[in-house]
Design a protein around this ligand. Structure first.
Ligand SMILES: Nc1nc2c(ncn2[C@@H]2O[C@H](COP(=O)(O)OP(=O)(O)OP(=O)(O)O)[C@@H](O)[C@H]2O)c(=O)[nH]1
Ligand SMILES: [Zn+2]
Length: 329
């Protein structure tokens, strides 16, 4: 049987009805009145009750937001309405894909940044990395649901042979699927592998003090301070802006969220189950131990210990897991 073909007019009418319906639903959701424009935008930074929102066309607006929307942070996607030339009001917070939080002074989780896709874990020969801290970052990435990228900085400090030996220490992470790259914030073209991995991602850099996070950020975003300075002048929000989490757009389509608070992000409070699932290579063995309440220390029939003995899990990873688990008890 021949398929019934719609006329062009009919197709247009259907599209029009669908659009009117979408528009009506969006307005109902926003509680916005007819005739008011509603746009999508991205939160660049937050200053108390003020948000700097970038519209799809790249223009930036100073927005207030309705209190019932909850915490809105850098990286959030929002719907907003213009009220004056460069001012608007945020009327809706769109669902987040990921959120990075940290407990505040009262112990409650407070969001720091939203919609991140990549955690760049920066390590360097100096200060020497500890596997324990590295694992904490990797677990944080797993629990937030973002990809981790191990970035070995200060490649210029060592000879090629020494660097190769340093890199070799990280092959165990590569074996479980974490990419490992070498960079230098101080060498010409030293950033290229990192820029390549940042493309199409929304990233944050984390790592211990002195590994070169600020140096990398300054090299990636050479005009950052001027941009942030200009922002605080036009907004009248003061010079403290450099300490506020800010979303930056790179020419290659990469997005970076930066602030000292975000850079020093650490793993928060988690439970034992979360800790287990944070070690990605443990997953085929979880639930396979002889005892259902196995703590994977020295119990007979422990699937994780057997996997270590068979060479399928690196012993250091199980050791770090046990150490972290002790902190939970
Ligand atoms: N040789 C060399 N030195 C570097 C490189 N990157 C950073 N440094 C130096 O390492 C030191 C620490 O760098 P920072 O960028 O301040 O490190 P950070 O991780 O931001 O440190 P905190 O702000 O304390 O968290 C500085 O003296 C930098 O000049 C690099 O690629 N090569
Ligand atoms: Zn076990």
């Amino acid at each position: 049987m021949a398929r019934r073909r719609l006329t062009k007019r009919q197709r247009e009418r259907i599209a029009q009805v669908q659009e009117e319906r979408r528009d009506r639903l969006a307005r109902q959701a926003l509680n916005a009145s007819e005739g008011e424009e509603v746009h999508q935008g991205r939160v660049i930074s937050r200053h108390g009750q003020h948000l700097l929102v970038q519209a799809v066309n790249g223009q930036q607006y100073h927005c207030l937001f309705r209190q019932n929307l909850g915490e809105i942070v850098c990286g959030d996607k929002v719907l907003w309405q213009p009220v004056a030339d460069d001012q608007g009001v945020v009327v809706s917070l769109l669902p987040r894909n990921t959120v990075l939080s940290r407990p505040d002074y009262s112990g409650r989780d407070k969001p720091l940044a939203a919609n991140i896709t990549r955690l760049v874990v920066v390590l360097a020969p100096r200060p020497p990395p500890t596997g324990y801290l590295t694992d904490q970052y990797l677990i944080a990435a797993e629990l937030i649901g973002v990809n981790a990228l191990i970035t070995l900085n200060k490649a210029d400090l060592l000879s090629p042979d020494e660097w190769q030996a340093f890199q070799q220490e990280f092959s165990r992470y590569e074996n479980i699927g974490y990419p490992v790259i070498s960079v230098s914030a101080k060498k010409e073209h030293g950033l290229e592998p990192l820029l390549e991995h940042l493309k199409g991602q929304t990233s944050i850099l984390v790592g211990q003090s002195g590994v070169g996070k600020s140096s990398l950020i300054n090299a990636i975003l050479p005009h950052r301070d001027e941009a942030v300075g200009a922002l605080s002048e036009t907004s009248g929000l003061g010079r403290h802006t450099t300490s506020v989490a800010t979303l930056h757009f790179l020419d290659n389509g990469a997005e970076i969220i930066d602030s000292p608070g975000v850079r020093s992000f650490r793993l928060g409070k988690i439970d034992r189950r979360e800790l287990e699932t944070g070690f990605r290579e443990f997953s085929p063995y979880l639930g396979k131990c002889r005892f259902s309440n196995c703590r994977h220390r020295n119990e007979p029939g422990c699937a994780l210990i057997e996997a270590v003995e068979a060479g399928n899990i690196h012993p250091e990873r199980l050791k770090n897991f046990l150490h972290m688990a002790e902190q939970l008890d």
